[in-house]
Design a protein around this ligand. Structure first.
Ligand code: COA
Length: 259
């Protein structure tokens, strides 16, 4: 049970809802701690195949870190301690499961940064995505300066980071920051349908492919290709790969076991 999150499991999907709608789901220390626990829960639960992050209420996925906790001495010390001891964003990025962010409304600061720790982003038409930290004399610190230029062209990332101005969903789609834009009322249905598509694929293959892409992005091409060869050998030797081939040959749906 969480104070600032809703955590629901349904048919292999873990739905994690940022749940402070009165303050546009601002991420306070408590929510950080609870995201840490929820991220461990999905990692350790074999029934969870895909995770979907969403925001409660009609106005925001999240308006970012909770500004009301900024600037007070105990909270500043606390937040530095928390960051040192618990690399929440790094931990979410390290999860092997496919992660989807379903964002709407204000998706700012740590909100957009959380979405960029996910593998796929779906947005509703009303989404506005940005990193406003420099307007506060601050810089993004939930990974944004590093993750944004890995998702979109560096010049566009630089513009967003240096101006702090948000972009709308259509612009985010054009740059590839999000993969799909849908009407608000379709957002969670689309996210769920995407999750079901992912769950029909080989779970081990998804884990290995995700690793190849994420680790490969930080490697020179030759090393990235070597990494892919190693991971492809593992995939090919798996029971899932044998099942995938057998199912295709027999014209039936594969029954993957994730190994
Ligand atoms: N931290 C704490 N509270 C926040 C918040 C944040 N990041 N963002 C919004 N809120 C609170 C507001 O204080 C307000 O609370 P109140 O009703 O008790 O006064 C409530 O959420 C609604 O926000 P409000 O500012 O009234 O809505 P708006 O439509 O006028 O503006 C935003 C929406 C997103 C433009 C504006 O809230 C904003 O700029 N938020 C800060 C965004 C930010 O800088 N995030 C990065 C932090 S590093």
């Amino acid at each position: 049970m969480f104070d600032t999150l809703l955590y629901e499991k349904q048919d292999g999907i873990a739905w994690i809802t940022l749940n402070r709608p009165d303050v546009l789901n601002a991420i306070n220390m408590r929510m950080r701690d609870e995201l840490w626990d929820a991220a461990h829960a999905v990692r350790d639960d074999p029934d969870v195949r895909v995770v979907i992050f969403k925001g409660a209420g009609e106005r925001a996925f999240s308006a970012g870190a909770d500004i009301s906790e900024f600037g007070t001495a105990p909270s500043y010390v606390e937040s530095r301690r928390a960051r040192r001891q618990r690399d929440l964003w790094g931990f979410i990025l390290s999860l092997e499961l496919p992660l989807i962010a379903a964002v709407h409304g204000h998706t700012l600061g740590a909100g957009i940064e959380l979405s960029m720790c996910c593998d796929l982003r779906i947005a509703s038409e009303d989404a506005r995505l940005g990193l406003p930290e420099v307007s506060l004399g601050y810089i993004p610190s939930a990974g944004g300066t590093q993750t944004l230029p890995r998702h979109i062209p560096p010049g566009v990332a630089m513009q967003m980071i240096l101006t702090g101005d948000p972009i709308d969903a259509a612009t985010a789609l054009r740059y590839g920051l999000i993969q799909r834009v849908v009407p608000r009322e379709r957002l969670y249905k689309e996210a769920e349908s995407l999750a079901h598509t992912l769950m029909s694929r080989g779970p081990l293959a998804l884990r290995l492919a995700k690793r190849a892409v994420l680790e490969g992005l930080d490697l020179p091409l030759a090393q990235g290709l070597a990494l892919e060869r190693r991971l492809a050998r593992r995939a090919l030797a798996s029971a899932d790969a044998r099942e995938g081939l057998a199912a295709t040959a027999a014209g039936r749906e594969p029954r993957f076991v994730g190994a």
